[in-house]
Ligand binder design. Structure first.
Ligand SMILES: Nc1nc2c(ncn2[C@@H]2O[C@H](COP(=O)(O)OP(=O)(O)OP(=O)(O)O)[C@@H](O)[C@H]2O)c(=O)[nH]1
Ligand SMILES: [Mg+2]
Length: 202
């Protein structure tokens, strides 16, 4: 079995749109989620690198599709966050069409990591993204981020709530607690990536 060394992940390129993405071969897994949900921080925690992906307190800091490679042909993408209230209507429409386009046409997209702040999970826009992924037969791992902000019991309550609300959907969805600061769930994230990387889309 091939072993992936996530700490060796390196930045490949920043793509302003779908046309600028690298060749659609190999296996790709994308981080998506509302602005400020912790996508870039999760990528840094996964790879054990402080500044691989740029993090920020200001929502909307990731503007382009940033691509990273774990090893040749095995990529991770950090997509711009959605749902930031101050973003103009036009930009929101553009982002939505970028996501839809990406989900529908990216052949190498094997799985989607949907990140949600554990204190505010399953907003309407998250459900919209989940349903889009299901429609396109893309497997999902939901990471409930910033779990260091809540107590053990509150985390479990939130986890069960999200489990229950997503159980009624027909897709292949897993859910895990995550914290980039406390490194909670990083092992589960690596396990899921290993599974996806070992079984590319045919
Ligand atoms: N306490 C805590 N804070 C976190 C965690 N993950 C991220 N943050 C903080 O949340 C803020 C947003 O994190 P980012 O990783 O930049 O979020 P993002 O989803 O990439 O944001 P955009 O690129 O704007 O969409 C930063 O201030 C992070 O330090 C976590 O696990 N625990
Ligand atoms: Mg980001």
């Amino acid at each position: 079995m091939f072993i992936w060394h996530y700490h060796l992940t390196r930045f490949i390129t920043s793509a302003p749109n779908m046309h600028c993405l690298p060749d659609d071969t190999g296996v790709e897994v994308a981080f998506i989620g509302r602005s400020n949900s912790g996508k870039s921080s999760a990528l840094n925690a996964l790879t054990n690198q402080k500044n691989l992906a740029r993090t920020s307190k200001t929502p909307g800091s990731t503007k382009f599709i940033n691509l990273f490679q774990v090893s040749e042909g095995y990529r991770l993408t950090d997509l711009p966050g959605y749902g930031y209230s101050k973003t103009s209507h036009n930009t929101k429409v553009q982002w939505n069409s970028l996501f839809v386009n990406y989900l529908q046409s990216r052949q190498s997209l094997r799985g989607l990591l949907i990140l949600m702040d554990i204190r505010h999970p399953l907003k309407k826009i998250d459900l919209h993204m989940i349903l889009l992924a299901i429609q396109n037969n893309i497997e999902i791992l939901i990471l409930l981020t910033k779990s260091d902000k809540l107590s053990y019991s509150s985390n479990l309550i939130q986890l069960n709530k999200v489990r229950k609300e997503t159980a009624v959907l027909s897709g292949k969805i897993k859910i895990e607690l995550f914290s980039a600061t406390k490194k909670i769930g990083v092992d589960k994230l690596q396990q899921q990536l290993n599974i996806w990387y070992q079984s590319p889309n045919l």
